[in-house]
Design a protein around this ligand. Structure first.
Ligand SMILES: [Zn+2]
Length: 246
């Protein structure tokens, strides 16, 4: 029973953290959280400690638990790690993925991964993540796939912002180029296009993290398409991706 409560509390807290309803850097009020989630302190603490082990929550002795902050340095580090993992996944997939696995990935990309018009940023982002995790899966290395999934969770918010700023326009062609290199088992080319794809995002995100990510934290439910981002208004977060933006 106790484990079930911990699991449930952990999943609810994680969902709130990943959706930035608990804002980066915020102190997590244990009393308020226990009330809101209708659990006692012990399972709440266990759930929080699990999130600490996943780097989504930070514990400061004497001060309590905090939602992990995302400063420019941390974001850069995560993107750099992502780059290493993505390029390794490409190399391994070229070397040992089955033809069937690569064909399935390519078919999936053509069917669902390219045309993102009309999707919300959240949905488009999920498809982007799915494509990248598909490559990691094709690498045959489950540990690598798990690490990439974890990095993906940690940078998801940044990805939303990046995609809503128009990164999707380039993503479509870049994803197609990555897929073509994988199908051709051209490891050098796959590495180059993946490096360019993730590297470009890295430049963008570290730039806007420095400029104004703190402003975005002010209201996690605000429309992501406001002045800060300079893209067309949508109806609440996540903003709808406009036709032609892709
Ligand atoms: Zn991508």
């Amino acid at each position: 029973m106790a484990d079930g409560r911990v699991d449930d509390t952990y999943l609810k807290l994680k969902a709130q953290l990943l959706a930035y309803r608990l804002r980066p850097g915020d102190r997590l009020n244990e009393t308020a959280l226990a009330q809101a989630l209708d659990v006692s302190r012990t399972p709440l603490r266990e759930a929080l400690n699990r999130l600490v082990s996943e780097d989504l929550v930070v514990f400061q002795p004497g001060a309590g638990f905090f939602a992990r902050g995302l400063d420019a340095r941390a974001v850069f580090d995560l993107y750099e790690l992502r780059l290493v993992l993505e390029c390794a996944a490409c190399a391994l997939a070229c070397a040992r993925a089955s033809d069937a696995a690569l064909a399935a990935l390519a078919a999936d990309l053509e069917a669902r991964g390219l045309d993102v018009a009309g999707l919300t940023v959240g949905e488009a982002c999920a498809r982007d993540e799915a494509f990248h995790l598909g490559i990691a899966k094709a690498s045959g290395n489950a540990a690598l796939e798990a690490q990439l999934r974890r990095v993906g969770e940690q940078i998801r918010y940044i990805r939303w912002v990046s995609l809503s700023m128009g990164a999707l326009r380039h993503s479509k062609d870049e994803h197609r180029a990555i897929m073509a290199a994988l199908v051709a088992r051209d490891a050098a080319r796959a590495d180059a296009v993946m490096r360019a794809h993730v590297g470009k995002r890295m430049d963008e995100v570290t730039g806007f993290v420095r400029q104004g990510i703190s402003a975005l934290y002010m209201d996690p439910d605000a429309d992501l398409s406001g002045e800060v981002l300079g893209v067309a208004p949508g109806d609440g977060r996540p903003v709808a991706v406009k036709e032609g933006q892709t």
